[in-house]
Design a protein around this ligand. Structure first.
Ligand code: KIV
Ligand code: ZN
Length: 544
């Protein structure tokens, strides 16, 4: 990076062998070169298949993003549906700290809807977008470049009449005419847009080319005070590299998502860009305000809400990201961690001493640990989680942080309002020559328990068939995923079952040390989710 950077600043803090920028100093804006983190997990991420969340889940995610220290939360696209509007409005009401942004096309109707949704926020933003490329203008929007510029300016003026903070994006900039982009961004900045976002919508560009594009625009759009932003998709696996290249060229806002979720191949991953900037911050003088120790919790929260795991070798948050398998590496790390570690697991919130609690631990110890992990359960929630913790500790010798995250996820899922069937017990009779026969007992609200029997192609299939008969709900499952939450043969299994209904993918999850029970719970959670989303009519009825 071109700037002269001093090697050490008084705001640096040391963690083990590593030196990091002090987050508090960043908050106080003591560092000149701060990259703002604009999180779009709840908008670009949530709109991709398999990642839809209900309102309560969005609030939990947004609250965690606030703890993570993101600067802006793009909470949704309010015009898209009443549910999206409500989610943005509730986040704007309940989540304090970050700026809350709502997305809007360049129409008055969209902008008014976004303005109403973000109105309760202490700090609010409207993010309005059009397109920059001829491909988009001709085939999608069917307007000329001039007309696009005129409408974009009008939209920004209108948005500024509703809020002080307006961001403007032209989609597909990496396939657009550069000089047209300069004219377009200059016009919207003069009309009052404070942040100019230059997206690589189709994930087409390469780092050297994107750096040049951003520099070209930064050098020519001479409107004082604007911040240049980037938003990269990962179609060629280059979203993080491209975003870093853009920062070299002067971008000071990066749009990104937790675990890199988003349209198609996803967006720039927040944890990767934030740690790339942090690890190199000493040399570059550029950093973010991300509280890096909250990264792992945030990633886990997203996977537990959506049921979509990250790949084991995913940078920063994957299971193997800090695992040293080869003898030479292990030997080196034991002698000095810095031999093979460029950052500590602790710096991203992953603890190396993992066992936290056991069956003799009390409620206070549980509460303390949950608090340290960023959870603040209510008294009622804590009581339920404590009961479930005791049951789990009876089955498992060691209860790990990951188990606690799963218990908290169970608790918050159980409060979702929907068709509330619960598993009382099940048994399966199976032999090597006969099909397994399951007996399942379920209960719903305060009604008497019901018992059903079915056989199937395996114990899980038999149990799910019995549940389908008892509940009268046959949901076609598209994906069934099983993951061990921790290591060891007594680990809890986490099952996620997903179904595609009415153009949306809904997921139900269940956890237990017994994977058949986890599967049954996941299917019941899916039934609950389908009814909570008023989609029961889309489900095939089976004869009870
Ligand atoms: O990818 C994209 O261009 C977008 C815009 C709405 C910023 O998501
Ligand atoms: Zn996008």
């Amino acid at each position: 990076m071109s700037k002269e950077i001093p090697n050490h600043r008084s705001t640096d803090v040391s963690v083990g062998a590593f030196t990091f920028r002090d987050d508090k100093a960043l908050e106080r804006n003591e560092m000149t070169d701060r990259v703002r983190i604009f999180d779009t997990t709840l908008r670009d991420g949530e709109q991709s298949p398999g990642f839809s969340m209900n309102i309560d889940e969005k609030i939990r995610m947004a609250s965690q993003l606030a703890r993570l220290g993101v600067d802006i939360i793009e909470a949704g696209f309010p015009i898209a549906s009443p549910g999206d509007f409500e989610a943005v409005r509730r986040i704007a009401t309940e989540v304090k700290g970050p700026i809350i942004a709502g997305l809007a096309r360049i129409t008055e109707k969209d902008i008014d809807r976004a303005a109403d949704a973000v109105a309760p926020a202490e700090r609010r933003r409207i993010h309005t977008f059009s397109s920059g490329s001829d491909i988009h203008l001709e085939h999608m929007l069917r307007i000329s470049r001039d007309e696009n510029l005129r409408r974009s300016v009008k939209a920004v003026v209108h948005a500024r009449s509703r809020v002080d903070d307006v961001e403007y994006s032209a989609q597909d900039t990496t396939r657009s005419d550069r000089d047209y982009l300069v004219d377009l961004y200059t016009a919207v900045a003069e009309a009052g847009a404070l942040t100019l976002n230059i997206p690589d919508t189709v994930g087409y560009t390469m780092p050297h080319e994107y750096e040049e594009l951003i520099r070209y625009i930064v050098e020519r759009v001479k409107v004082p005070g604007v911040i240049f932003s980037v938003h990269c998709h990962n179609d060629l696996g280059l979203a993080v590299a491209n975003s870093l290249a853009a920062v070299r060229a002067g971008a000071r806002q990066v749009e990104c998502t937790i675990n890199g979720i988003g349209e198609r191949a996803g967006n720039c991953s927040l944890e990767e860009i934030a740690m790339a900037l942090r690890v190199h911050s000493k040399a570059t003088g550029i950093d973010t305000g991300i509280v890096s120790t909250e990264i792992y919790n945030t990633s886990r929260l997203l996977t537990s809400i959506t049921g979509v795991p990250v790949q084991p070798n995913k940078a920063i948050v994957g299971d193997n990201a800090f695992a040293h398998e080869s003898g030479i590496h292990q030997d080196g790390v034991l002698k000095a961690r810095a031999t093979y570690e460029i950052m500590t697991p602790e710096s991203v919130g992953r603890s190396s001493h993992k066992m936290v609690l056991g069956k003799h631990s009390g409620k206070h110890a549980l509460q303390d640990r949950l608090k340290a992990m960023g959870f603040e359960p209510s008294e009622v929630q804590l009581n339920t989680v404590f009961e479930n913790f005791k049951l789990l500790a009876d089955k498992k010798k060691e209860v790990f942080d990951e188990d606690l995250v799963a218990l908290m996820a169970d608790e918050s899922e159980s409060v979702e309002v929907g068709d509330d069937w619960k598993l009382v017990s099940y048994s399966v009779l199976s032999g090597s020559t006969s099909a397994p026969e399951a007996t399942v007992i379920l209960v719903r609200d305060s009604q008497p328990p019901v018992t059903g029997k079915a056989s199937g192609d395996g114990p899980v299939d038999a149990v799910l068939k019995a549940i389908r008969d008892l509940t009268g709900k046959t949901i076609d499952i598209d994906t069934y995923q099983l993951k061990a939450i921790t290591g060891g043969t007594d680990a809890q299994g986490e099952v996620a079952v997903s179904a595609r209904l009415g153009g949306r993918t809904l997921t139900g999850q269940g956890r237990s040390t017994d994977i058949i029970e986890a599967s049954a719970k996941a299917y019941l959670a899916l039934i609950r989710r389908v009814s909570a989303n008023n989609m029961t009519d889309l489900v095939m009825k089976s004869e009870p």
